[in-house]
Design a protein around this ligand. Structure first.
Ligand SMILES: [Zn+2]
Length: 232
């Protein structure tokens, strides 16, 4: 069992590392197929430097070639991602359900990092990923047809916010998918957690414009863990 836990942790770090790399390349318009390179000197990294968490530690937080500081964001997300996927696995009894919520988390993490780095998200990933989750039988909208009126009303209200630039259209579409995938009330909790964290972050940093999907994703991660903790 210990070996499986290790494999799940490593998978979590690899998925998180991929999400960080994908988000950064999306924001900086680099090809997704090329090998990883240093953001400063652009030298292609050695295989050993690509290992999540260890790559950062082996290099002592500095590029092996140009010695410039490597952002700790990637290291932190890889470590937290490994812990998060491991917790989900331990708390989820059903393997199919674990795969579903892991993919949902990964989709959210990639969108969050795209938004974090560029204040925009990939339309393809948003619509294609969200639509795929709706095909999955675990999606809640089949069980709660009565809530569709509430969801529709909420989406219209949120869309008005985009007109005044309080929200981005990508945020509303992302929330629309969460409403349909997770149900109305679960998504309301995610909005509450995400909004509270975003307001605190904005007050502390005094930034005029911030990415919202990272905070919503954080709400999603917390809620999935919370649900798994109290329903198993
Ligand atoms: Zn370098």
């Amino acid at each position: 069992m210990l070996l499986i836990y290790c494999l799940i942790f490593i998978s979590g770090t690899v998925f998180s590392s991929f999400a960080v790399c994908h988000g950064w390349r999306f924001a900086n318009s680099y090809s997704f197929s090329s090998r990883s390179f240093c953001e400063k000197c652009h030298v292609t990294l050695k295989n050993i430097h690509l290992i999540p968490i260890l790559g950062f530690l082996i290099q002592g937080g500095r590029c092996f070639f140009c010695h410039s500081k490597i952002s700790a964001v990637s290291f932190a997300i890889e470590f937290l991602g490994g812990c998060y996927f491991l917790c989900l696995f331990v708390l989820t009894a059903d393997t199919a359900n674990f795969i579903f919520i892991s993919l949902l988390s990964l989709w959210s993490l990639i969108l969050a990092l795209q938004d974090f780095y560029s204040l925009t998200v990939s339309n393809f990933l948003l619509w294609f990923g969200g639509s795929l989750f709706l095909l999955e039988p675990s999606s809640e909208f089949r069980n709660f047809w009565g809530d569709l009126n509430l969801i529709f009303f909420f989406i219209i209200t949120l869309s008005i916010f985009t007109y005044f630039n309080f929200l981005g259209l990508g945020d509303v579409i992302y929330l629309g998918f969460l409403f349909l995938i997770l149900g109305f009330y679960t998504t309301l909790y995610i909005i509450m957690i995400g909004s509270s964290c975003a307001v605190i972050y904005q007050l502390v940093t005094n930034r005029r414009k911030i990415a919202f999907i990272p905070f919503l994703s954080f709400g999603l991660f917390l809620l999935l863990l919370w649900q798994k903790t109290f329903t198993c």
